[in-house]
Every structure is written in structure tokens, then in C-alpha cells.
Write a protein that binds this ligand. Structure first.
Ligand code: ADP
Length: 161
């Protein structure tokens, strides 16, 4: 059974993330969506809220698990006995940071590989940060995030129907 870890903040999960997970499922048998806990960055949604939203979206799909981790990704990979990491690429601007991270992880754990997937054209411009910004300014984010996320965003920061 092939297994890959998809780490990220997922604050909150967007259709861009979901697109990457759907593509990964064509290649890997199981995906663990691993929410990175960053004590220095509180985020809009709590860990429990982020977990709940992702579980709702993938309920009924036993191939997707939701988990969280603190500290180094490579330690988490070893703990979960996984050696594949999924990351998504949108624009050239993602490349520099992702390239550095992938190489650092390769240095720390040579047994692991990072796989980059390109998002579908519809989601190139979607990021959690922008979705939060648009919602907080009263814009409609339907079509960018699943309904459960849209509802919770509206409760937290407002936004159009
Ligand atoms: P991080 O803080 O680790 O970047 P994010 O939740 O913002 O966490 O993103 C997790 C991963 O998903 C990253 O590899 C990011 O590039 C990717 N990603 C986010 N949004 C999209 C999108 N719209 N299309 C493709 N990949 C995306």
C-alpha cells in the first residue's frame, strides 16, 4: 500500500488543496493530510476546527486520513512510516520556498522524496490567505472553498452568501 503525507497549514482547506489530494489519490493508495502545528502562528481556525472541516470534506473516503504534527516533518514521516511528501505548486512564486524545503528535508531524511503536483487551472489563484482576506472584506468565496468551510468563514469573519 503506497502512502503519502500531504503537510500544510490548511487554514482553511480550499478547493486548491482538494484538487491536489484528488490528483495524489490517482497515484498513492492512501494520503494523510497532516496539519502542521505552528506554536508561533495561531491562525484563524483552531487545529480542531481545521481537522473537523477536512474530515467533513473527505468523510466516506477511507483512503484519506487527517492528522496533525508538531516539529519537523521528517520526524513525523518516520513516525508514520511514510517516505513520500506531496506539495502543491501554483505559480513560480511557490517554487523558491518549496525548493528550499524539499532540499532541506532531503538532507535530513534522504529516504524520503517530495512530489510536486500542479493544481488545476481553476485554482491557480486560490490560497487560504486570499480566501480569508476576501471573506473578511465581504466577498463571496463560494466555489473557492467547500460549503462547510464557507459557512464557518462567514461565522468568523463575515463574507457574502
Ligand atoms: P503551508 O503553510 O505549508 O504552505 P498551505 O495550507 O498554505 O500550507 O499549503 C499546503 C500545500 O498546498 C503547499 O504545498 C501549497 O503550495 C499547496 N497549495 C495551497 N493552495 C494551493 C492551490 N490552490 N493549488 C495548488 N497547491 C496549493
Amino acid at each position: 500500500m503506497s502512502l503519502a503525507i500531504y503537510p500544510g497549514s490548511f487554514d482553511p482547506m480550499t478547493y486548491g488543496h482538494i484538487d491536489i489530494i484528488d490528483r495524489s489519490l490517482k497515484v498513492f493508495d492512501r494520503i494523510i493530510v497532516a496539519i502542521a502545528i505552528n506554536p508561533a502562528k495561531s491562525g484563524l481556525f483552531s487545529l480542531a476546527e481545521r481537522t473537523e472541516m477536512i474530515r467533513e470534506v473527505f468523510s466516506g473516503n477511507p483512503r484519506v486520513e487527517v492528522d496533525s504534527f508538531e516539529g519537523l516533518l521528517v520526524n513525523y514521516l518516520e513516525r508514520r512510516k511514510a517516505n513520500a511528501v506531496i506539495r502543491g505548486l501554483r505559480a513560480v512564486s511557490d517554487f523558491e520556498y518549496e525548493f528550499q524545503m524539499a532540499n532541506m528535508n532531503r538532507k535530513l531524511l534522504p529516504a524520503a522524496e517530495t512530489f510536486f503536483l500542479m493544481t488545476g487551472a481553476d485554482y491557480f489563484y486560490v490560497s487560504s490567505r486570499l480566501v480569508k482576506e476576501v471573506a473578511s472584506l465581504g466577498g463571496c468565496v463560494a466555489g473557492l472553498v467547500p460549503e462547510t468551510v464557507r459557512k464557518r468563514l462567514t461565522e468568523k469573519v463575515g463574507g457574502g452568501e
